[in-house]
Design a protein around this ligand. Structure first.
Ligand code: SAM
Length: 243
C-alpha cells in the first residue's frame, strides 16, 4: 500500500505562462519572466517572511498541478535527449512523478505586504526567472543558500549545461507594430517573447527538422503566433491581445 502524507498549500503563483507550452524547461533560462507568489491561508502572515528579504533567491517546492492527473510511469523521455530515449523518472526533472512535486530556484525581487480590509496584510513575493505555470500551488519556500546548494564540481549527466539558445528571433512588421502599441502596458513583452522563443519551445522531435507549422503560445493575456523561417530562425507572425 502506498503511504500518504498531507501537505499544505502555502501560496499560489501568478505567472505570465498561462499554458504549459513554451514554459522554459528550468528556471533562470528566461530572465524577463516575472510573477508573484501570493501566500494563502494561515501561511499568509507577515511574520512568516520576516528575514526572507536578505536572500536574493528562493527555492519553491510546488505541485505540478497541470499534469498530476495524468499519473506517472517509471520511464520517461527527457526532451533534452530528443524525446526518443527513455530514462528512469528519478534521473530526470519530468513533471510526471509519483509525488508530483517540482522545485525551482527563483529570484526574489521584492516582498510586498499589501494592506487588506481585515487586519492581516496580503503577503506577495515578487519573483522572476520562473518556470511555473499560472496558478501553481506552492507547498514550501526555502531560502537559496549558495554554500550548501551550489556544488560547482557536481556531475549532471545529460543536463551538464543549459540548453543551447539555438534560435534567432525576428518579428514581422505587423507584430512589431503591435508591440510598439502595447509597449506602455507590457514593457517587458518583447524581451519575454524573444527569450522564450530562442529556447525553441517546439516538441523535441520537431527540433531536428525544418517545420512549417504555425505555432501559438500564450503569455499574459496575449496570443503570439510564430513559425520557423529556417533551421536557426523563428519569426513572430502576429501578436493579439485577448478581449
Ligand atoms: N524546475 C522544476 C523542477 O526541476 O522540478 C520544473 C522542471 S520541469 C522540467 C519544467 C516544466 O514544468 C515546464 O517546462 C512546464 O512545462 C512544467 N510546469 C511548470 N509548472 C507546472 C505546473 N504547475 N503543472 C504542470 N507542469 C508545470
Amino acid at each position: 500500500m502506498t503511504e500518504h502524507v498531507n501537505l499544505s498549500v502555502i501560496g499560489k503563483v501568478d505567472s505570465p505562462y498561462k499554458e504549459k507550452f513554451a514554459i522554459p524547461r528550468q528556471p533562470g533560462l528566461v530572465t524577463a519572466a516575472k510573477g508573484q507568489l501570493r501566500l494563502t491561508g494561515s501561511a499568509n502572515h507577515a511574520d512568516a517572511v520576516r528575514g526572507l528579504a536578505q536572500f536574493s533567491h528562493l527555492w519553491l517546492l510546488f505541485i505540478f498541478h497541470g499534469t498530476q492527473a495524468q499519473g506517472w510511469q517509471p520511464l520517461v523521455r527527457p526532451p533534452r535527449l530528443g524525446g526518443n530515449k527513455k530514462l528512469g523518472v528519478f534521473a530526470t526533472r519530468s513533471t510526471f512523478r509519483p509525488s508530483p512535486i517540482g522545485m525551482s530556484v527563483v529570484k526574489l525581487d521584492d516582498i510586498e505586504l499589501r494592506p487588506c480590509a481585515d487586519q492581516h496584510s496580503q503577503v506577495i513575493l515578487h519573483i522572476s526567472e520562473l518556470d511555473l505555470l499560472d496558478g501553481t500551488p506552492v507547498v514550501d519556500i526555502k531560502p537559496y543558500v549558495p554554500y550548501a546548494d551550489m556544488i560547482t564540481t557536481a556531475k549532471a549527466g545529460f543536463a551538464q549545461k543549459p540548453p543551447l539558445q539555438t534560435l534567432n528571433v525576428l518579428y514581422s512588421h505587423k507584430a512589431q507594430l503591435t508591440l510598439t502599441r502595447m509597449q506602455a502596458d507590457y514593457p517587458q513583452l518583447q524581451t519575454l517573447i524573444t527569450e522564450v522563443l530562442s529556447q525553441d519551445p517546439r516538441p523535441a522531435y520537431k527540433q531536428q527538422k525544418l517545420d512549417d507549422k504555425r505555432y501559438g503560445m500564450r503569455l499574459y493575456d496575449v496570443n503570439i503566433s510564430f513559425q520557423l523561417t529556417d533551421m536557426a530562425t523563428v519569426t513572430v507572425l502576429a501578436i493579439e491581445q485577448e478581449n
